[in-house]
Ligand binder design. Structure first.
Ligand SMILES: [Zn+2]
Length: 349
């Protein structure tokens, strides 16, 4: 069972630093959360709670609108989310969809065409984006049982259709690099991997991180008309120089910051330079169950120069045993990351 914040805190030494602590209630500007999950599997099951509660939590957190990626799970979930969110409060939500890889065995080499047709039909019904998860590249197999790589050409019709319909593609193609490294005492995410053993990708059974990254950049280069949003700072927040180079190389590429203030905030000088340089290419995202306290950790990171604080209000040290530092971004950059880039890159509500 998950431990509470206070239970965990007792296990770790408490810092004696006396430094300024900014209390943030609301973000300085309205925020569009471009990466969240409202479903039962990932997102705290908000979908089965009263919509009014969700809307008031969003209001309290200053969230103008939110991308719910969970329609990608399956057709039934997609319909349910459209009905409960998009139909009730269209201006507050965008619901994304995703390919049904289980049809690969039936559709064989025609799967890309099939997935593109499905996408068109779902857009007619209200889908506003495509979510691609790490199962592509890690688990999805073709009709021969062979692993399908992220840049598999048979999927080209899907990316072309997304481009044609101006649908953004949010893609999570790899996990933190520690999840691919030996799981011994030198692994900086040892605790997290022991809490979630299924997140570990041992080299003997999975494609290594660098191969996944190379697959993904080949995909970007082959589809310059498709808008890709690399989840979690392009899945490589540990190496912002590499992400910066990828952004420089591919104008159709953007990233979201979801679940990664832990990484950005432990390299505040590099992160600040990266965010300012790429201010037009970065979208806000939380990727945690909607909770005003969690959003406030993000606002504190982006808006203040506070030092040595927790990157989560609910699960202390969940990604690693360190604290973070704020980057105190200028207003023009904040506005772009908080909502202007999302307004430009996502479909209108
Ligand atoms: Zn996510």
């Amino acid at each position: 069972m998950a431990e509470t914040h206070s239970e965990k805190k007792e296990k770790f030494a408490v810092s004696n630093l006396v430094v300024h602590q900014t209390v943030i209630d609301k973000p300085k500007f309205p925020v569009i959360d471009a990466h969240n999950h409202l479903g039962a599997t990932f997102g705290g099951n908000w979908i089965n709670r009263p919509l009014s509660e969700l809307l008031s939590a969003m209001d309290e957190a200053g969230i103008a609108s939110l991308v719910d990626l969970d329609g990608f799970e399956n057709e039934e979930v997609f319909e349910d989310h459209l009905k409960k969110l998009k139909e009730k409060a269209p201006e507050r939500f965008r619901v994304y969809t995703g390919p049904n890889y289980s049809k690969w065995a039936d559709e064989k080499n025609n799967f890309g065409e099939y997935a593109a047709q499905q996408l068109r039909a779902q857009v007619q019904r209200g889908a506003q984006g495509l979510k691609i998860w790490k199962d592509l590249g890690a688990h999805v197999r073709d009709q021969h049982g062979k692993l399908v790589q992220v840049d598999d050409e048979r999927l080209d019709p899907l990316w072309q259709t997304a481009a044609e319909l101006h649908l953004p593609v949010t893609i999570h193609f790899a996990d933190p690099i520690a999840f691919y490294k030996p799981l011994d005492e030198s692994n900086e995410r040892w605790d997290e991997l022991h809490a979630h053993p299924d997140w570990y990708f041992p080299a003997e059974s999975y494609r290594p991180f660098q191969a996944l990254y190379a697959d993904f950049t080949r995909l970007l280069s082959r589809h310059p008309e498709t808008t890709f949003i690399g989840a979690h700072v392009g899945c490589y927040a540990e190496n912002l120089e590499a992400v910066d180079q990828t952004l420089a190389q591919f104008p159709n590429y953007n990233v979201d910051v979801s679940e990664r203030i832990s990484e950005l905030g432990r390299q505040p000088y590099t992160a600040r330079d990266f965010l300012i340089k790429n201010a037009d290419r970065v979208l806000f995202g939380l990727d945690r169950p909607v909770n005003p306290q969690e959003y406030r950790c993000y606002y504190r990171f982006f808006e203040t120069r506070d030092e040595y604080f927790d990157y989560s209000s609910t699960e202390l040290y969940r990604q690693g045993h360190w604290k973070i530092y704020g980057v105190g971004l200028p207003d023009e950059v904040l506005k772009k990351i908080y909502y202007l880039n999302a307004e430009r890159l996502l479909l209108p509500n």
